[in-house]
Design a protein around this ligand. Structure first.
Ligand SMILES: *Cc1c(COP(=O)(O)O)cnc(C)c1O
Length: 429
């Protein structure tokens, strides 16, 4: 019987196998046919400590029996309060910059970024009502950005085959060139020039552009971008949806640049990857621009499951793990193991352009037909699947983003498969 399920980012016409997973533990997925897969991309970048972490699973079970869901307009509960306080503590801080002081809940990275955009425009709108300058609406972004798949987040992301059908619905944004090696000053100059036109905000993925191809740039450039925005009174929005929760080696990527954004979106690993939840953090001025006795100025955004209590309990357990366990130590060990093996892999003549940041590594396979729509990516997926590894290359860019519990044996197995893929599909120099 064919399945009625319509899968995301899946071309059903290709009839690729769709593995059926029945159980997961640590870095392993157990299949219905008895096989196992190493989850080398953390089930799309969300699983941080490992699948079915006992502390998170226990917190979910306990909360599910106590308070499941509550309207969050005008009501509150302990898990949401605890997580918000914990987030404010753990969020990036710098002595010379206003702190993130308010937490708005939603359900996915896309909505967290949309909320950030709505907060930014709301800020300028409400200030204009007070006679404090013009309302602003233009958004600046980096080339190759990805911020989600809703209409608003597609608008501020890279345009291409994956959103061509909806171009008529997408709004116009200002695009700043990516600070590739040698292009850093051109990027900063373009940002400075664009900021003179009084845009509302600049939205950026800090230190690494994920879906755009795992493109890395240095903390000093991120720091300079934030400084330019501050100088021109343009809101600086950090999309930490992928980079947050230790991925880049620190809890949040902005820490490495000493940057406190005006607005910050986080999701993916916020519950350790167990259950959907997202947050948008804002500084006091953003919140205060909406606080008034005037109901016309309240922040008009909600979804049915805003701050779902079970999801918040999972996030609270995740925060406790971060506070009480040496997560950064585990991340440093894994990052080290990845870095040494990546350096070896880069010697292989079929690979080029190795890049890494924390627990993320990427490398390009030099292959005859390597475009995003070539059949290389599906063939690579099948190749790794046969070897018991879940990998999902972006075109010819193969990347790893494993859970932090991945062990040395699993890492060796993954890198052996990468070498085999180079031998099989690569063009030798
Ligand atoms: C995944 C991602 C998003 C979207 O998050 P969803 O939870 O999939 O909606 C937004 N921004 C970045 C940088 C991401 O990697």
């Amino acid at each position: 019987m064919t399945s009625p399920v319509w899968h995301p980012f899946t071309q059903h016409g290709l009839n690729e196998p769709i593995p059926h997973v029945v159980r997961a533990e640590g870095a392993l997925l157990h299949l219905a046919d008895g096989g196992t897969l190493i989850d080398a991309i953390s089930s799309w970048w969300v699983t941080t400590h490992g699948h079915c972490h006992p502390r998170i699973a226990a917190a979910i079970a306990a909360q599910a029996g106590q308070l499941d869901q509550l309207i969050f307009a005008g009501y509150t509960h302990a898990p949401a309060e605890d997580v918000a306080r914990g987030l404010i503590d753990l969020a990036p801080h710098a002595p010379d910059q206003p702190s993130l002081a308010h937490v708005f809940y939603s359900d996915s990275g896309s909505t967290a970024v949309e909320v950030a955009l709505k907060m930014a425009l709301g800020y300028w709108h409400n200030r204009a009502l007070d006679g404090l300058g013009d309302a602003r609406s233009r958004i600046l972004v980096l080339d190759h950005s990805y911020h989600g798949d809703t209409i608003g987040t597609m608008s501020i992301g890279e345009r291409g085959v994956y959103n061509a059908a909806w171009t008529p619905l997408l709004f116009d944004v200002g695009t700043i060139p990516f600070p590739a090696p040698g292009q850093e000053q051109a990027c900063l100059d373009a940002l400075d020039a664009a900021c003179r036109e009084k845009p509302a905000a600049f939205v950026v993925e800090p230190l690494i552009l994920g879906a755009g191809g795992m493109l890395v740039y240095p903390p000093a450039i991120l720091r300079e971008m934030a400084a330019i925005c501050r100088r021109h009174d343009v809101l600086f929005i950090a999309d930490e949806v992928m980079t947050g929760w230790g991925r880049t080696g620190t809890l949040f990527a902005c820490e490495q640049a000493g940057v406190v954004p005006d607005i910050m979106a986080a999701a993916k690993g916020i519950t350790g990857g167990a259950i959907p939840l997202a947050v948008t953090l804002a500084t006091a001025p953003i919140f205060e621009a909406h606080r008034s006795t005037d109901r016309a100025r309240l922040f008009y955004h909600s979804s049915s499951y805003t701050a779902n209590a079970i999801a918040c309990a999972a996030a609270a357990a995740n925060l406790a793990i971060w506070r009480e366990e040496d997560v950064l130590g585990r991340i440093a060990m894994l990052a080290n193991g990845i870095a040494t093996r990546l350096a070896d892999l880069a010697q292989h003549s079929a690979f080029a352009n190795p890049r890494k940041l924390g627990t993320i590594a990427a490398i390009d396979l030099i292959a005859p037909d390597a475009g995003y729509l070539s059949d290389l990516a599906p063939r690579l997926r099948a190749f790794f699947l046969e070897r018991g590894i879940l990998l999902r290359p972006l075109g010819n860019s193969i990347y790893l983003m494993p859970p932090y519990c991945l062990d040395e044996t699993q890492l060796d197995h993954i890198f052996a498969a990468l070498i085999a893929a180079g031998d099989r599909f690569g063009v030798k120099a």
